[in-house]
Design a protein. Sequence first.
Lengths: 278, 129
Amino acid sequence: MNVLEFTALVWTGSVIAGLLGSLTGLGGGVVLVPLLTLFFKVDIRYAVGASLVSVIATSSGAAAAYVKEGFSNIRIGMFLEIATTVGALLGAFLATRVSGSAIATIFGLVLLYSAYLAGRPRVRHAFDDVPDPLATRLKMNGSFPEPEGVRHYCVHRVPHGFSLMFGAGALSGLLGIGSGAVKVLAMDQAMRVPFKVSTTTSNFMIGVTAAASAGIYLNRGYIDPGLAMPVMLGVLTGSLIGTRILVKAETKSLRLVFSAIILLLGAQMLYNGVAGRI
Amino acid sequence: MSQATRWTDQRVEDIIGNLLRAGVILSALVVFVGAIVYLARHGQEPADYRIFRGEPSDLRHISGIVRDAFAFQGRGIIQLGLLLLIATPVARVAFSIFGFALEGDRMYAGFTLIVLAILLYSLLGSSLS
Protein backbone atom coordinates (compact mmCIF):
# COMPACT_ATOMS: atom_id res chain seq x y z
CA MET A 1 0.00 0.00 0.00
CA ASN A 2 1.45 3.38 -0.93
CA VAL A 3 1.01 6.64 0.96
CA LEU A 4 -1.76 7.88 -1.34
CA GLU A 5 -3.91 4.74 -0.93
CA PHE A 6 -3.21 4.58 2.80
CA THR A 7 -4.24 8.24 3.23
CA ALA A 8 -7.46 7.75 1.25
CA LEU A 9 -8.45 4.63 3.22
CA VAL A 10 -7.65 6.14 6.63
CA TRP A 11 -9.53 9.30 5.66
CA THR A 12 -12.63 7.28 4.70
CA GLY A 13 -12.50 5.28 7.93
CA SER A 14 -12.11 8.48 9.93
CA VAL A 15 -15.12 10.09 8.22
CA ILE A 16 -17.25 7.11 9.31
CA ALA A 17 -15.80 7.20 12.84
CA GLY A 18 -16.46 10.94 13.11
CA LEU A 19 -19.99 10.55 11.73
CA LEU A 20 -20.90 7.72 14.14
CA GLY A 21 -19.24 9.55 17.01
CA SER A 22 -21.17 12.74 16.49
CA LEU A 23 -24.51 11.04 15.77
CA THR A 24 -24.34 8.97 18.95
CA GLY A 25 -22.62 11.60 21.06
CA LEU A 26 -19.98 9.09 22.09
CA GLY A 27 -17.08 10.65 20.18
CA GLY A 28 -15.00 9.23 17.35
CA GLY A 29 -11.92 8.44 19.43
CA VAL A 30 -13.26 5.18 20.81
CA VAL A 31 -13.51 3.59 17.35
CA LEU A 32 -10.52 5.32 15.76
CA VAL A 33 -7.72 3.70 17.73
CA PRO A 34 -9.10 0.14 17.27
CA LEU A 35 -9.68 0.90 13.58
CA LEU A 36 -6.10 2.07 13.07
CA THR A 37 -4.45 -0.67 15.12
CA LEU A 38 -6.63 -3.66 14.19
CA PHE A 39 -7.30 -2.94 10.52
CA PHE A 40 -4.45 -0.71 9.39
CA LYS A 41 -1.87 -2.36 11.68
CA VAL A 42 -0.65 1.02 12.90
CA ASP A 43 1.51 1.00 16.05
CA ILE A 44 -0.80 1.91 18.94
CA ARG A 45 1.33 4.90 20.00
CA TYR A 46 0.94 6.55 16.58
CA ALA A 47 -2.78 5.70 16.63
CA VAL A 48 -3.29 7.27 20.05
CA GLY A 49 -1.40 10.41 18.98
CA ALA A 50 -3.50 10.83 15.82
CA SER A 51 -6.74 10.17 17.69
CA LEU A 52 -5.88 12.77 20.33
CA VAL A 53 -5.47 15.41 17.64
CA SER A 54 -8.85 14.55 16.10
CA VAL A 55 -10.46 14.72 19.54
CA ILE A 56 -9.28 18.34 19.90
CA ALA A 57 -10.68 19.18 16.46
CA THR A 58 -14.17 17.77 17.04
CA SER A 59 -14.45 19.03 20.60
CA SER A 60 -13.44 22.57 19.69
CA GLY A 61 -15.70 22.56 16.63
CA ALA A 62 -18.72 21.33 18.59
CA ALA A 63 -18.02 23.50 21.63
CA ALA A 64 -18.04 26.56 19.40
CA ALA A 65 -21.68 25.78 18.61
CA TYR A 66 -22.68 24.78 22.15
CA VAL A 67 -21.31 27.72 24.15
CA LYS A 68 -23.51 30.10 22.21
CA GLU A 69 -26.65 28.24 23.24
CA GLY A 70 -26.00 29.00 26.90
CA PHE A 71 -26.14 25.41 28.17
CA SER A 72 -22.53 24.87 29.16
CA ASN A 73 -21.36 26.05 32.56
CA ILE A 74 -17.86 27.47 32.13
CA ARG A 75 -17.20 27.65 35.88
CA ILE A 76 -17.89 23.96 36.45
CA GLY A 77 -15.86 23.22 33.32
CA MET A 78 -12.88 25.35 34.26
CA PHE A 79 -12.69 24.12 37.85
CA LEU A 80 -12.87 20.47 36.80
CA GLU A 81 -10.31 21.06 34.05
CA ILE A 82 -7.68 21.38 36.81
CA ALA A 83 -8.39 17.70 37.54
CA THR A 84 -8.65 16.54 33.92
CA THR A 85 -5.45 18.27 32.75
CA VAL A 86 -3.36 16.94 35.66
CA GLY A 87 -4.84 13.50 34.94
CA ALA A 88 -4.05 13.92 31.24
CA LEU A 89 -0.40 14.73 31.99
CA LEU A 90 -0.18 11.61 34.14
CA GLY A 91 -1.85 9.50 31.44
CA ALA A 92 0.49 10.80 28.73
CA PHE A 93 3.60 10.13 30.85
CA LEU A 94 2.25 6.66 31.60
CA ALA A 95 1.77 6.06 27.85
CA THR A 96 5.47 6.69 27.28
CA ARG A 97 6.39 4.13 29.98
CA VAL A 98 4.13 1.11 29.44
CA SER A 99 4.09 -1.36 26.52
CA GLY A 100 1.71 -1.17 23.56
CA SER A 101 0.08 -4.42 24.72
CA ALA A 102 -0.73 -2.89 28.11
CA ILE A 103 -2.32 0.14 26.44
CA ALA A 104 -4.36 -2.15 24.16
CA THR A 105 -5.55 -4.20 27.14
CA ILE A 106 -6.70 -1.12 29.08
CA PHE A 107 -8.29 0.21 25.90
CA GLY A 108 -10.26 -3.02 25.48
CA LEU A 109 -11.55 -2.86 29.05
CA VAL A 110 -12.58 0.79 28.66
CA LEU A 111 -14.42 -0.04 25.41
CA LEU A 112 -16.33 -2.87 27.07
CA TYR A 113 -17.31 -0.56 29.92
CA SER A 114 -18.35 2.19 27.45
CA ALA A 115 -20.54 -0.30 25.59
CA TYR A 116 -22.18 -1.19 28.90
CA LEU A 117 -22.73 2.49 29.75
CA ALA A 118 -24.11 3.32 26.30
CA GLY A 119 -26.49 0.38 26.27
CA ARG A 120 -27.80 1.00 29.78
CA PRO A 121 -30.79 3.31 30.21
CA ARG A 122 -29.83 6.53 31.91
CA VAL A 123 -30.73 6.78 35.59
CA ARG A 124 -32.73 9.91 36.15
CA HIS A 125 -32.40 11.47 39.53
CA ALA A 126 -34.77 13.83 41.24
CA PHE A 127 -33.56 17.39 41.53
CA ASP A 128 -33.46 18.78 44.99
CA ASP A 129 -32.60 22.39 45.35
CA VAL A 130 -30.78 22.25 48.64
CA PRO A 131 -27.55 24.10 47.85
CA ASP A 132 -24.26 22.37 48.65
CA PRO A 133 -21.96 24.70 50.65
CA LEU A 134 -18.77 23.91 48.68
CA ALA A 135 -20.47 24.19 45.28
CA THR A 136 -22.00 27.50 46.38
CA ARG A 137 -18.62 28.86 47.47
CA LEU A 138 -17.25 27.81 44.08
CA LYS A 139 -20.16 29.60 42.35
CA MET A 140 -21.11 26.48 40.39
CA ASN A 141 -24.90 26.65 40.69
CA GLY A 142 -26.38 27.87 37.45
CA SER A 143 -29.33 28.03 35.14
CA PHE A 144 -30.11 27.17 31.54
CA PRO A 145 -32.87 28.01 29.07
CA GLU A 146 -35.75 25.53 28.66
CA PRO A 147 -38.93 25.83 26.63
CA GLU A 148 -40.88 26.45 29.86
CA GLY A 149 -38.42 29.14 30.97
CA VAL A 150 -35.09 29.42 32.71
CA ARG A 151 -34.32 26.49 35.01
CA HIS A 152 -31.98 26.81 37.98
CA TYR A 153 -29.93 23.95 39.34
CA CYS A 154 -27.66 23.25 42.29
CA VAL A 155 -24.40 21.30 42.05
CA HIS A 156 -23.48 18.62 44.61
CA ARG A 157 -20.58 16.39 45.68
CA VAL A 158 -17.78 18.43 44.12
CA PRO A 159 -14.86 16.33 45.54
CA HIS A 160 -16.42 13.15 44.14
CA GLY A 161 -16.81 14.70 40.69
CA PHE A 162 -13.30 16.17 40.87
CA SER A 163 -11.68 12.78 41.51
CA LEU A 164 -13.71 11.11 38.74
CA MET A 165 -12.51 13.88 36.41
CA PHE A 166 -8.92 13.10 37.32
CA GLY A 167 -9.55 9.52 36.16
CA ALA A 168 -11.22 10.76 32.97
CA GLY A 169 -8.17 12.90 32.21
CA ALA A 170 -5.76 10.02 32.81
CA LEU A 171 -7.72 7.74 30.47
CA SER A 172 -7.81 10.48 27.84
CA GLY A 173 -4.03 10.95 28.02
CA LEU A 174 -3.27 7.24 28.02
CA LEU A 175 -5.70 6.14 25.29
CA GLY A 176 -6.16 9.22 23.10
CA ILE A 177 -9.91 9.36 23.63
CA GLY A 178 -12.08 12.25 24.78
CA SER A 179 -13.50 10.12 27.62
CA GLY A 180 -16.67 12.17 27.37
CA ALA A 181 -18.69 9.28 28.83
CA VAL A 182 -16.73 9.40 32.11
CA LYS A 183 -16.95 13.20 32.21
CA VAL A 184 -20.72 13.11 31.76
CA LEU A 185 -20.91 10.37 34.41
CA ALA A 186 -18.98 12.57 36.85
CA MET A 187 -21.18 15.62 36.28
CA ASP A 188 -24.57 14.06 35.63
CA GLN A 189 -24.49 11.20 38.14
CA ALA A 190 -22.03 12.33 40.83
CA MET A 191 -22.50 16.10 40.85
CA ARG A 192 -26.15 16.04 39.72
CA VAL A 193 -25.65 18.61 37.01
CA PRO A 194 -28.58 18.47 34.53
CA PHE A 195 -27.86 16.13 31.60
CA LYS A 196 -27.93 18.78 28.89
CA VAL A 197 -25.51 20.97 30.87
CA SER A 198 -23.29 17.94 31.59
CA THR A 199 -22.94 16.90 27.95
CA THR A 200 -22.22 20.38 26.60
CA THR A 201 -19.81 21.24 29.42
CA SER A 202 -18.07 17.90 28.91
CA ASN A 203 -17.61 18.72 25.24
CA PHE A 204 -16.14 22.03 26.23
CA MET A 205 -13.64 20.30 28.52
CA ILE A 206 -12.57 17.51 26.15
CA GLY A 207 -10.47 19.79 23.93
CA VAL A 208 -8.55 21.30 26.84
CA THR A 209 -7.97 17.86 28.39
CA ALA A 210 -6.73 16.46 25.07
CA ALA A 211 -4.47 19.49 24.51
CA ALA A 212 -2.77 18.80 27.87
CA SER A 213 -1.63 15.37 26.73
CA ALA A 214 -1.15 16.29 23.04
CA GLY A 215 1.77 18.55 23.93
CA ILE A 216 3.59 15.64 25.54
CA TYR A 217 2.75 13.33 22.64
CA LEU A 218 4.13 15.89 20.20
CA ASN A 219 7.34 16.37 22.16
CA ARG A 220 7.88 12.65 22.44
CA GLY A 221 7.45 12.14 18.68
CA TYR A 222 4.15 10.22 18.88
CA ILE A 223 2.27 12.51 16.52
CA ASP A 224 3.02 11.60 12.91
CA PRO A 225 1.83 14.20 10.37
CA GLY A 226 1.29 11.61 7.61
CA LEU A 227 -1.12 9.64 9.81
CA ALA A 228 -2.69 12.46 11.83
CA MET A 229 -3.55 14.41 8.65
CA PRO A 230 -6.18 12.02 7.15
CA VAL A 231 -7.47 11.18 10.65
CA MET A 232 -8.01 14.80 11.65
CA LEU A 233 -9.49 15.92 8.33
CA GLY A 234 -11.67 12.79 8.12
CA VAL A 235 -13.07 12.95 11.65
CA LEU A 236 -13.77 16.66 11.25
CA THR A 237 -15.65 16.03 7.98
CA GLY A 238 -17.62 13.17 9.52
CA SER A 239 -18.64 15.13 12.59
CA LEU A 240 -19.68 18.12 10.47
CA ILE A 241 -21.95 15.85 8.40
CA GLY A 242 -23.18 14.32 11.66
CA THR A 243 -24.30 17.62 13.18
CA ARG A 244 -26.20 18.42 9.96
CA ILE A 245 -28.24 15.22 9.94
CA LEU A 246 -28.52 14.82 13.70
CA VAL A 247 -32.15 15.87 13.79
CA LYS A 248 -33.33 13.32 11.26
CA ALA A 249 -31.43 10.29 12.49
CA GLU A 250 -32.97 7.64 14.69
CA THR A 251 -30.53 8.09 17.58
CA LYS A 252 -31.80 5.32 19.82
CA SER A 253 -31.25 2.44 17.41
CA LEU A 254 -28.05 4.08 16.23
CA ARG A 255 -26.71 4.07 19.80
CA LEU A 256 -27.51 0.38 20.00
CA VAL A 257 -25.60 -0.35 16.78
CA PHE A 258 -22.70 1.76 17.98
CA SER A 259 -22.65 -0.04 21.35
CA ALA A 260 -22.48 -3.36 19.50
CA ILE A 261 -19.54 -2.11 17.39
CA ILE A 262 -17.75 -0.87 20.53
CA LEU A 263 -18.37 -4.22 22.23
CA LEU A 264 -16.80 -6.11 19.32
CA LEU A 265 -13.84 -3.76 19.02
CA GLY A 266 -13.33 -3.89 22.79
CA ALA A 267 -13.22 -7.68 22.80
CA GLN A 268 -10.73 -7.63 19.91
CA MET A 269 -8.48 -5.04 21.55
CA LEU A 270 -8.56 -6.97 24.82
CA TYR A 271 -7.72 -10.24 23.08
CA ASN A 272 -4.88 -8.76 21.03
CA GLY A 273 -3.53 -6.86 24.02
CA VAL A 274 -3.51 -9.85 26.35
CA ALA A 275 -2.07 -12.09 23.62
CA GLY A 276 0.67 -9.50 23.08
CA ARG A 277 -0.19 -9.08 19.41
CA ILE A 278 -0.45 -5.30 19.57
CA MET B 1 -18.37 53.91 28.51
CA SER B 2 -21.49 52.60 26.92
CA GLN B 3 -23.45 49.75 28.44
CA ALA B 4 -22.66 47.61 25.37
CA THR B 5 -19.12 46.98 26.60
CA ARG B 6 -20.26 45.27 29.81
CA TRP B 7 -18.54 41.94 30.22
CA THR B 8 -20.92 39.12 30.96
CA ASP B 9 -20.54 35.35 30.92
CA GLN B 10 -22.57 35.23 27.72
CA ARG B 11 -20.42 37.77 25.93
CA VAL B 12 -17.21 36.01 26.98
CA GLU B 13 -18.67 32.70 25.83
CA ASP B 14 -19.62 34.18 22.45
CA ILE B 15 -16.06 35.33 21.87
CA ILE B 16 -14.72 31.96 23.03
CA GLY B 17 -17.05 30.22 20.57
CA ASN B 18 -15.72 32.32 17.67
CA LEU B 19 -12.13 31.78 18.80
CA LEU B 20 -12.58 28.01 18.83
CA ARG B 21 -14.21 27.96 15.42
CA ALA B 22 -11.53 30.18 13.88
CA GLY B 23 -8.77 28.01 15.36
CA VAL B 24 -10.25 24.78 14.00
CA ILE B 25 -10.87 26.23 10.52
CA LEU B 26 -7.39 27.76 10.29
CA SER B 27 -5.63 24.59 11.42
CA ALA B 28 -7.71 22.41 9.06
CA LEU B 29 -6.75 24.68 6.14
CA VAL B 30 -3.05 24.55 7.01
CA VAL B 31 -3.20 20.74 7.38
CA PHE B 32 -4.98 20.54 4.02
CA VAL B 33 -2.31 22.61 2.24
CA GLY B 34 0.38 20.47 3.86
CA ALA B 35 -1.48 17.34 2.76
CA ILE B 36 -1.40 18.41 -0.90
CA VAL B 37 2.34 19.14 -0.79
CA TYR B 38 3.06 15.90 1.09
CA LEU B 39 0.92 13.67 -1.15
CA ALA B 40 2.23 15.26 -4.37
CA ARG B 41 5.81 14.53 -3.32
CA HIS B 42 5.52 11.30 -1.35
CA GLY B 43 2.22 9.77 -2.54
CA GLN B 44 3.86 6.86 -4.32
CA GLU B 45 6.12 5.81 -1.45
CA PRO B 46 5.15 2.78 0.65
CA ALA B 47 3.17 3.54 3.83
CA ASP B 48 4.33 1.73 6.93
CA TYR B 49 3.24 2.52 10.46
CA ARG B 50 3.62 -1.00 11.87
CA ILE B 51 6.83 -0.26 13.70
CA PHE B 52 7.09 2.68 16.03
CA ARG B 53 10.17 4.79 15.33
CA GLY B 54 9.15 8.14 16.76
CA GLU B 55 9.25 11.37 14.81
CA PRO B 56 12.54 13.10 13.91
CA SER B 57 13.41 15.80 16.41
CA ASP B 58 12.52 18.70 14.08
CA LEU B 59 8.87 17.55 14.03
CA ARG B 60 8.71 17.38 17.83
CA HIS B 61 9.43 20.96 18.78
CA ILE B 62 7.82 24.25 17.93
CA SER B 63 10.94 25.88 16.45
CA GLY B 64 11.72 22.86 14.24
CA ILE B 65 8.11 22.59 13.04
CA VAL B 66 8.01 26.26 12.07
CA ARG B 67 11.36 25.94 10.27
CA ASP B 68 10.21 22.88 8.30
CA ALA B 69 6.89 24.53 7.43
CA PHE B 70 8.58 27.64 6.07
CA ALA B 71 10.94 25.41 4.08
CA PHE B 72 7.69 24.25 2.42
CA GLN B 73 7.99 20.64 3.53
CA GLY B 74 4.63 18.87 3.47
CA ARG B 75 5.09 17.09 6.80
CA GLY B 76 6.27 20.31 8.41
CA ILE B 77 3.21 22.24 7.18
CA ILE B 78 0.85 19.51 8.41
CA GLN B 79 2.58 19.49 11.80
CA LEU B 80 2.24 23.30 11.97
CA GLY B 81 -1.51 22.92 11.38
CA LEU B 82 -1.69 20.32 14.15
CA LEU B 83 0.27 22.65 16.43
CA LEU B 84 -2.27 25.42 15.72
CA LEU B 85 -5.03 22.96 16.59
CA ILE B 86 -3.38 22.05 19.92
CA ALA B 87 -2.90 25.77 20.60
CA THR B 88 -6.63 26.51 20.07
CA PRO B 89 -7.86 25.23 23.47
CA VAL B 90 -4.79 26.83 25.07
CA ALA B 91 -5.79 30.20 23.59
CA ARG B 92 -9.33 29.61 24.82
CA VAL B 93 -8.09 29.07 28.37
CA ALA B 94 -5.85 32.15 28.16
CA PHE B 95 -8.79 34.23 26.99
CA SER B 96 -10.95 32.89 29.82
CA ILE B 97 -8.47 34.31 32.37
CA PHE B 98 -8.97 37.69 30.75
CA GLY B 99 -12.75 37.22 30.81
CA PHE B 100 -12.89 36.21 34.49
CA ALA B 101 -10.58 39.07 35.43
CA LEU B 102 -12.80 41.59 33.63
CA GLU B 103 -15.82 40.21 35.46
CA GLY B 104 -13.90 40.73 38.70
CA ASP B 105 -13.91 37.01 39.50
CA ARG B 106 -10.42 36.57 40.95
CA MET B 107 -11.06 33.06 42.25
CA TYR B 108 -11.86 31.73 38.77
CA ALA B 109 -9.12 33.78 37.13
CA GLY B 110 -6.80 31.91 39.52
CA PHE B 111 -8.23 28.47 38.70
CA THR B 112 -7.92 29.23 35.00
CA LEU B 113 -4.30 30.33 35.47
CA ILE B 114 -3.54 26.92 36.99
CA VAL B 115 -5.06 25.19 33.94
CA LEU B 116 -3.06 27.43 31.59
CA ALA B 117 0.17 26.66 33.46
CA ILE B 118 -0.46 22.92 33.10
CA LEU B 119 -1.14 23.28 29.37
CA LEU B 120 1.96 25.40 28.78
CA TYR B 121 4.05 22.95 30.76
CA SER B 122 2.84 20.16 28.48
CA LEU B 123 3.42 22.08 25.28
CA LEU B 124 6.71 23.82 26.15
CA GLY B 125 8.09 22.51 29.42
CA SER B 126 8.10 18.80 28.75
CA SER B 127 10.25 19.37 25.64
CA LEU B 128 13.05 20.75 27.79
CA SER B 129 13.57 17.50 29.65
